[in-house]
Design a protein around this ligand. Structure first.
Ligand code: PAF
Length: 281
């Protein structure tokens, strides 16, 4: 596996390749990322992963500075997973001049769900992903489903800019107690770690209630938020949406997704469960 840090070296390493499968990451890799690399291998070769903590997608006071940088350990995991090439630029390499041209994500998407609590976040994500796509020029790119809204933003980016890239979604991997794998789980204290699966349990309870016929969606979400807040979380949102449009469910919706974001101490966790109506998840 080759590791490159510059655009010039990346382009040289990829010259003539047009079947590349790409896994963009911010590093501090866990088994969830490894599963994305394994999925990528089924969609193209060589498999390229990027490791870049993108300042554009972090707001003031967020965890950009403390986000774990673990390049050596990440490269070991990528190599073991069968990745062929790693692109690990620094900030000056990705943004040699201030990035004044950015992707403007439509307000309805940019300011919804996570976007309502992280202004500018999805513009920062879409901008870096577009740059990475232009650099790597993959035929397929793999993203985790835990960032469900991000996946939606990227699918729409690819569609509206006619990028010839298949977007592939990898399933969320979970710990034995249900907690979704996330680099941010490492921020949790022991007590918080024990409490963290509650977010997933509340989402699962909503999904089960809806599948059992409950249609008071708002009440279900409010009540789940109340349980979490009473247990010491600070809830940003709990929401039920159509899984295809990410809009409010309609009578025609066949797949729904219940999404949540909440803080445990200084750690913000997100999770979601998508499920069909009529057949158990
Ligand atoms: O999901 C992530 O790790 C990041 O948002 C991404 C897609 C690598 C862009 O920085």
């Amino acid at each position: 596996m080759q590791v490159v840090h510059t655009v010039a070296d990346l382009r040289a390493a990829l010259a003539g390749q047009n079947q590349t499968a790409f896994v963009p990451t911010m590093g501090n890799l866990h088994a969830g990322h490894v599963s994305l690399v394994e999925l990528a291998k089924r969609h193209g070769r060589p498999v390229v992963a990027s490791i870049f903590v993108n300042p554009l997608q972090f707001g003031a006071g967020e965890d950009f500075e403390r986000y774990p940088r673990t390049l050596a350990a990440d490269c070991e995991k990528l190599e073991a997973a069968g990745c062929d090439l790693v692109f690990a630029p620094d900030v000056a390499e990705m943004y040699p001049v201030p990035q004044t041209y950015t992707v403007q994500v439509p307000e309805a998407m940019a300011n919804d769900l996570c976007g309502a609590f992280r202004p500018g976040h999805f513009s920062g994500v879409a901008t870096v992903v577009l740059k990475l796509f232009n650099l790597v020029q993959p035929r397929a790119a793999v993203f985790g489903s835990k960032d469900f809204q991000q996946l939606q933003v990227i699918r729409e980016l690819v569609r509206q800019f006619n990028l010839p890239i298949d977007i592939v979604a990898g399933a969320t991997l979970r710990e034995a107690d249900g907690l979704a794998l996330s680099s941010r789980n490492g921020y949790l204290s022991e007590t918080e770690r024990r409490q963290a699966p509650q977010l997933q349990r509340e989402l699962a309870a909503i999904a089960a209630a809806v599948q059992a016929g409950e249609r008071e969606f708002e009440a279900l979400c409010v009540s789940a938020g109340r349980h979490l807040n009473m247990a010491g979380w600070r809830v940003d949102y709990i929401a039920l949406r159509d899984a295809t449009t990410l809009q409010a469910p309609t009578p025609d919706s066949r797949r729904l997704v219940v999404l949540g974001a909440a803080w445990l101490g200084t750690t913000r966790l997100i999770d979601n469960l998508d499920f069909g109506l009529g057949n158990p998840a």
